[in-house]
Design a protein around this ligand. Structure first.
Ligand SMILES: Nc1ncnc2c1ncn2[C@@H]1O[C@H](COP(=O)(O)OP(=O)(O)O)[C@@H](O)[C@H]1O
Ligand SMILES: O=C(O)C1=C[C@@H](OP(=O)(O)O)[C@@H](O)[C@H](O)C1
Ligand SMILES: [Mg+2]
Length: 170
């Protein structure tokens, strides 16, 4: 770990907001490494997120996720995308203080259509639209509270969203 290292930006928001996609674009544009806590948890456990939920349950996943977030916040210098539910943990809310945190906002219709019927997000299995509505309603205040900036993604391509984030960082 490098003393004083910190991500240049941390992306938060619900599933389908485009955190992982936009993080990759930002990394390219800035010439910086990209980390995604979902990938970190998968690498640490050798298990896909969907399988982790089934095998160990959500609580275990959340504990691993919190560890991955804390490590990345402490040592990563590039762009960091969190999993959509990571910010719900009080310790993570605390750890995000002082960081540049961008909430990628998305409305229900676009979020549901972007994640579609993908089975890789276990929380959204069943009725995607209704699960997504519950998740957006319950989490929005937390996304807003931890964010230093909000960028709307509705009707914008990932490149346009990345451009909007770059303007905020300039
Ligand atoms: N601004 C956007 N417009 C249209 N589709 C998008 C946009 N951002 C992401 N997507 C698509 O939505 C899906 C979810 O994106 P992803 O980056 O995995 O979101 P997150 O990490 O926030 O859950 C992917 O198929 C991606 O290509
Ligand atoms: O919102 C959530 O609780 C989750 C979001 C997912 O990440 P993305 O937000 O990148 O889809 C992943 O961490 C897991 O399926 C749980
Ligand atoms: Mg993601």
């Amino acid at each position: 770990m490098t003393a004083g290292a910190r991500p240049v930006v941390v992306l938060v928001g619900p599933p389908g907001a485009g955190k992982s996609t936009v993080a990759a674009l930002l990394g390219e544009a800035l010439g910086l490494e990209v980390r995604d806590t979902d990938s970190d948890v998968e690498a640490a456990t050798g298990t896909a997120i969907a399988d982790l939920f089934v095998t160990y349950g959500e609580d275990r996943f959340r504990a691993l996720e919190a560890e991955a977030v804390a490590t990345a916040l402490a040592e990563h210098r590039g762009v960091l995308a969190l999993g959509g539910g990571a910010v719900m943990r009080p310790a993570t809310q605390e750890a995000l203080r002082g960081h540049t945190v961008v909430f990628l906002d998305v409305g229900l219709a676009e979020a549901a259509s972007r994640v579609g019927l993908s089975s890789s997000r276990p929380l959204l299995l069943g009725n995607v639209r209704s699960q997504m509505k519950g998740l957006l309603d319950s989490r929005r205040p937390t996304y807003e509270a931890v964010a230093t900036h909000v960028v709307s993604t509705d009707g914008r391509t990932p490149s346009e969203v990345a451009e909007a984030v770059l303007i905020l960082l300039a």
